[in-house]
Design a protein around this ligand. Structure first.
Ligand code: GDP
Length: 526
């Protein structure tokens, strides 16, 4: 019974947006509404650090905060909200994608002047893979932006999802007067410096109030006309279509002014799905099952540089977690004690003893846990759909001090576990090659190698354009392929065979010449 209630109360989501649309500001407001006030400042300081990419030091210093706040749990009304942070910089996109596998819904923030931007498009593609329900918040209404109708059209045509406006702006920029709520028939007036709570806002029910007419002035008639048009032309909110990922309810507001955030949050807790059932290699797991299951979607290495430990972030999919319990680590087939697991209450610093479906716990380990790993209470199954992305950039590590080769290998292997970079050792040389999706990753790794492993190294460009994981059912054919193509083959950190192609043409030829061999663009999670 408790489990059912606790599960139904959970809302686990992430915010997706293009940088600068207002994700950090909105996160802060949500935490404030949830009463997790002391956390709010740290969102900002972390953001500042994140932007100082030239000064990686700053980010390091902030790590203590960023770790505990990559998951933020806070209560709102009778719900428990888990907000999973998605890293902000474009270079961290892989991490972001995997975070999206651990949520049940997403909140999309769009800048009203910029509309749909490139990173939003990419993130939306990822959400679409699992039909993740999305609520849209069109932000910065206090600035001049594009017309609301044009913005909705753009979301529909570029992102391919139907829009259902739930709030509608009354003016914009210097003419911003408020929003009209299409479902509750309320007008929320925009009052800079206020609007923090319902009590702190001026709200009219219905459009006929003389005082409302007076406050809106010449905008009043404009609003009535526009609403007629909008109500006639737009789709009404349909919760099933939203839950199926086919329709997005749209809210307008200004996060920095608290404006429009409360209607958004209210609709979110009301309509967003609680923990959903999830597919595994053998069956679908319902969150109501009493045995614990979960999967790891993120690893963070060296949170405490003194101890070289790593924290694996596990999303609980069913059952109940209790501190110190044992769980079955499916990949290694070993029982593992989940001691000292971290939980992530944004408002409450006490160690929490239990966690429920939808929650995230952090498990300390020394490299035994990998991204994509499943934990159960003994059943042999694995959650599917945790993506691994193919690196697009490759560099060779060059040591300044050749005696540090062992440390370099260890550092590259351990940092690769976090999933943002991948590490390759060619069969035919002693090179150490790093693959990444974004170029900033090489600076990050070089910095962390120095700071955490005492290794001074450079990354130089090499002639590799793409990687393919090589598989073959036929042992003999695979051995033959390995022999013939040894100069292009490497082993990744897990010892899997990888073809590093110097050109696309070379890869194409290799594929044509070896029909018995399967070339996979990503490393597969078992
Ligand atoms: P993020 O990169 O998506 O996390 O964006 P931030 O939350 O850091 O916001 C980017 C910039 O937009 C910051 O300077 C914010 O103060 C500003 N901003 C956020 N929300 C609003 C808003 O509603 N109106 C205006 N005018 N600026 C905003």
């Amino acid at each position: 019974m408790t489990q059912l209630l606790e599960t139904r109360r959970r809302r686990t989501f992430a915010i997706i947006s293009h940088p600068d649309a207002g994700k950090t500001t909105l996160t802060e407001k949500l935490l404030l509404f949830g009463g997790a006030i002391q956390m709010a400042g740290s969102v900002k300081s972390r953001k500042a650090a994140r932007h100082a990419t030239s000064d990686w030091m700053a980010l390091e210093k902030e790590r203590g905060i960023s770790v505990t706040s990559s998951v933020m749990q806070f209560p709102y009304e009778d719900r428990v909200i888990n907000l999973l942070d998605t890293p902000g910089h474009a270079d961290f996109s892989e991490d972001t994608y995997r975070v999206l596998t651990a949520v049940d819904s997403a909140l999309m923030v769009i800048d009203c002047a910029k509309g749909v931007e490139e990173r939003t498009i990419k993130l939306m593609e990822v959400c679409r893979l699992r039909d993740t329900p999305i609520i849209t918040f069109i932000n910065k209404l206090d600035r001049e932006g594009r017309s609301p109708i044009e913005l909705l059209d753009e979301v529909e045509s570029v992102l391919g999802i139907q829009c259902a406006p739930v709030t509608w702006p009354i003016g914009m920029g210097s003419r911003l007067k408020g929003v009209y709520h299409l479902l509750t028939n309320e007008v929320h007036l925009y009052e800079p410096g206020r609007n923090f709570t319902r009590q702190d806002s001026t709200i009219f029910t219905g459009l006929d109030h003389p005082e409302l007419r007076r406050r809106l002035g010449d905008m009043y008639d404009e609003l009535r006309e526009e609403l007629e048009l909008v109500l006639g032309a737009s789709n009404p909110f349909d919760r099933d279509a939203y839950l199926a990922g086919k329709q997005t309810p749209v809210f307008f507001g200004s996060a920095v002014n608290n404006f429009g955030v409360q209607p958004l949050l209210d609709a979110f807790v009301e309509n967003a799905p609680g923990p959903l059932a999830r597919a595994t290699t053998s069956r679908v797991i319902s969150p109501d099952e009493t045995k614990l299951t979960g999967f790891v979607f993120k690893i963070q290495a060296n949170m405490d540089p003194m101890h070289r430990d790593r924290v694996a972030f596990m999303r609980i999919c069913s059952g109940k977690f209790t501190a110190g319990m044992k769980a079955f680590h499916v990949r290694t087939r070993k029982e593992m004690k989940l001691a000292n697991a971290l939980t992530f209450m944004a408002s409450d610093r006490e160690l929490v003893e239990t966690a429920w479906p939808g929650d995230v716990i952090g498990i300390h380990n020394h490299g035994t846990i990998s991204i994509g790993d499943t934990f159960t209470e003994g059943e042999n199954l694995s959650f599917t759909g945790i993506p691994n992305f193919a690196p697009e950039l490759f560099r060779r590590a060059r040591l300044r001090d050749p005696l540090k080769i062992k440390q370099l290998q260890k550092g590259l292997a351990q940092l690769s576990e976090e999933g943002a970079t991948q590490f390759f050792r060619p069969l035919m040389s002693n090179d150490l090659i790093l693959g990444a999706v974004g170029v900033l990753q090489f600076d990050v790794v070089a910095y962390r190698l120095k700071d955490e492993y005492g290794v001074d190294c450079l990354f130089e460009t090499i002639g590799v354009v793409t990687a393919r994981w090589v598989h073959g059912e036929d042992e003999k054919k695979l051995a033959e392929f390995r022999e013939k193509n040894a100069s292009f083959l490497s082993l990744d950190a897990a010892g899997e065979l990888v073809y590093l192609a110097p050109t696309r043409v070379n890869l194409q030829l290799a594929i044509e010449r070896a029909p018995a061999i399967r070339f996979a663009a990503t490393r597969e999670h078992a």
